[in-house]
Design a protein around this ligand. Structure first.
Ligand code: HEC
Length: 125
């Protein structure tokens, strides 16, 4: 199973989780995120990133109970996540917000995969 993920060594390092042989393009795109994030409204597992349910339109760094970096909180003052901002964020979080704890995920990179990811996040409410 691991081999599936190892296409990108960096992802394997980041994920350290079993590969997800998802058939849905959105789920497949989210495989770059799911080792640290859940989109479930009733998340039970403890992950290193904040819950992403309803993330599009949600004020930045606002999930109660998650300890964001001061850098992301400062950046997010008065702003909410848009589709464009999320795409910029996943391209290079530390370029957008120096000091953030989120590292650059190795994907998704292809435009179609990025669109699939946004569609997937939109559905998660
Ligand atoms: C290795 C773990 C990790 C991976 C993989 C990861 N993230 Fe994150 N993410 C984090 C952490 C940690 C934070 C909190 C950053 C901070 O406080 O500076 C975060 C924050 C975020 C936020 C801000 C949430 C909020 O409440 O404001 C979004 C959006 C996000 N990540 C999206 C993604 C997406 C989409 C992917 C996949 C393409 C992804 N992340 C992959 C760890 C990760």
């Amino acid at each position: 199973m691991r081999k599936f993920v190892i296409a990108s060594g960096a992802l394997a390092l980041l994920a350290g989780a079993p590969a997800h042989a998802a058939s849905d393009p959105g789920e497949r795109a989210f495989s770059y995120c799911f080792s640290c994030h859940s989109v479930e409204a009733n998340q039970t597992e403890i992950l290193s990133g904040p819950n992403l349910n309803g993330i599009i339109g949600r004020p930045i760094a606002s999930k109660a109970g998650f300890e964001y970096t001061p850098e992301l909180k400062a950046f997010g003052q008065g702003k909410a996540w848009t589709e464009a901002l999320i795409l910029e964020w996943i391209t290079n979080p530390r370029m957008m917000v120096p000091g953030t704890r989120m590292e650059r995920p190795p994907g998704p990179r292809a435009p179609a995969e990025r669109t699939a990811l946004i569609e997937y996040l939109k559905k998660a409410h």
